[in-house]
Design a protein around this ligand. Structure first.
Ligand SMILES: [Zn+2]
Length: 234
């Protein structure tokens, strides 16, 4: 895995080499050569593990202050306007400090993002993510929590809240109980819980995972460092 040595890498050749060196791919040489010619593999050409590595390296660029801000111009938008083929789909928190395309240094057409406070797997979010994976072909289904999450904190406190905010809590309470009220631990448990819910509540997603067409992954975005820490979602 890329540790301190990759912080500061600035060009694509270096991070391609980093991916190849990670040993995550069956044919790193072929991958590196292809990626050199074509910086962003077409989603149909990626394995789920390659898509996950693509995200990880994008976050490394962000943390290192070496973002490429790819695919963010009008030409890219026009290119993907007729048809989208995002390589990853997200269940992320609606928090204004967690803009997922920026966190992973991606652009138009790269990520299919559903965001909801507490990154909870509500029915409509599951439906959207089924569309992203089954229909659009996203290879990674990623649940992204973050430090200082207000929704998880409020669920842990259990105090009265206005309007319909409490509707979120039913999805988060099992994680709070598992963490015995510790908010930091509850944020982690919540990522695991929502990932499990995606796999158990959706036969579509379960089938794609079973066929190894999709990887379900999880992480926590640290608001202080900008780094996404991996969470094993089993
Ligand atoms: Zn949050």
């Amino acid at each position: 895995m890329c540790q301190r040595s990759c912080v500061g890498m600035s060009n694509r050749r270096q991070w391609i080499a980093t991916i190849a060196a990670s040993g995550a791919m069956a044919a790193p040489t072929a991958w590196a050569a292809q990626a050199t010619r074509q910086p962003a593999l077409q989603p149909g050409e990626m394995s789920p593990q390659q898509a996950l590595d693509f995200l990880r390296v994008g976050n490394e660029r962000f943390v290192a202050g070496k973002t490429e801000a790819p695919n963010r111009d009008i030409d890219r938008l026009r290119k993907v306007a007729p048809r989208q083929t995002p390589f990853a789909a997200f269940l992320g928190c609606a928090d204004s400090r967690v803009p997922i395309e920026i966190v992973f240094d991606q652009g138009f057409g790269d990520l299919f993002v559903t965001r909801i406070a507490g990154n909870v797997a509500a029915t409509e979010n599951i439906a959207s993510l089924e569309f992203a994976t089954q229909v659009l072909g996203a290879k990674v289904l990623y649940v992204l929590g973050h430090t200082s999450c207000g929704a998880v904190t409020a669920a842990a406190k259990g105090e009265p809240v206005p309007g319909q905010i409490s509707a979120l809590f039913q999805h988060i309470r099992p994680a709070v109980r598992a963490a015995r009220g510790d908010v930091g631990a509850a944020i982690r448990e919540n990522v695991k819980l929502q990932a499990q819910t995606l796999m158990e509540a959706s036969t579509v997603i379960a089938s794609l995972v079973g066929d190894k067409k999709v990887i379900v992954a999880g992480g926590i975005f640290d608001l202080q460092t900008g780094r996404v820490e991996n969470v094993d979602v089993g």
